[in-house]
Ligand binder design. Structure first.
Ligand code: ATP
Ligand SMILES: Cc1cn([C@H]2C[C@H](O)[C@@H](COP(=O)(O)O)O2)c(=O)[nH]c1=O
Length: 209
């Protein structure tokens, strides 16, 4: 059985990742590709339970270090129980956020370096990287407007952090894409849902049957 593919979608809050992950999985399915649509934090029973711990409660519920460890633990379970079995069975895994979100979000500030976060990922998930990462880019004012309209002012524990935090997250994603051009594809997330979906499919054209 040929190995499948592992594709992650990344970017800040409200850029359209979940919308596009669903549409991409459907479009690939229409081409006869067996897909698994999953997300982080979550994607396995244990990781979904950890998601609840991470995204609810008081802003200071976890220290940055505890938060990073919880994301890495959730990811370890998700990789072992959902992602690797699917890829080994020849399926294409479409994952709404993955490691780069930990590098971008838990890497804000001086508490943890990128090397620290990669070390946790080495222990938890043997350093597994996506075959391709689609980074959706939208100006911060547009993405906050979309997320605000969706959440009605009730963002989750991490999404509710201030604009300075989300600006640092967006800048980190751009640095990662600059550093790894072979893995990342930048996707312009402006325009209609259909227009953005077409850009995602075009970014996978070299793999499509
Ligand atoms: N191209 C688009 N134009 C207008 N609205 C959009 C577009 N794409 C998505 N939306 C809407 O914007 C909101 C945010 O989209 P979505 O939940 O897919 O973003 P996300 O990147 O997964 O966000 P988060 O990381 O905060 O969960 C949703 O209400 C969605 O319906
Ligand atoms: C995987 C991952 C996620 N986060 C943050 C990013 C968002 O604020 C939430 C997830 O919410 P979504 O609506 O499902 O996008 O969690 C993070 O800080 N670190 C991570 O590794």
């Amino acid at each position: 059985m040929p190995r499948g593919r592992f594709i992650s979608l990344e970017g800040g809050e409200g850029v359209g990742k979940s919308t596009q992950a669903r549409r991409l999985a459907a479009a690939l399915g229409e081409r006869g590709i067996r897909t698994v649509l999953t997300r982080e934090p979550g994607g396995s029973e244990g990781a979904e339970a950890i998601r609840g711990l991470l995204l609810s409660g008081a802003a200071d519920r976890w220290t940055i270090r505890a938060e990073a460890l919880l994301f890495a633990a959730a990811r370890a379970d998700h990789v072992a129980r959902t992602i690797l079995p699917a890829v080994e069975a020849g399926k294409w895994v479409i994952c709404d956020r993955f490691l780069d979100s930990s590098r971008a979000y838990q890497g804000v500030g001086d508490e943890l370096s990128d090397t620290d976060i990669l070390a946790l990922h080495g222990i938890g998930s043997d350093g597994l990287l996506p075959d391709r990462t689609l980074l959706l880019h939208l100006p911060l004012d547009e993405s906050s407007e979309r997320a605000g309209a969706r959440d009605g002012g009730a963002a989750d524990r991490i999404g509710g952090r201030d604009a300075e935090f989300h600006c640092a997250v967006a800048a980190a994603f751009e640095r990662f894409a600059d550093a790894e051009p072979a893995r990342f594809r930048r996707i312009d997330a402006r325009g209609s849902i259909d227009e953005v979906s077409a850009r995602l499919l075009a970014s996978l054209a070299d793999w499509l049957p």
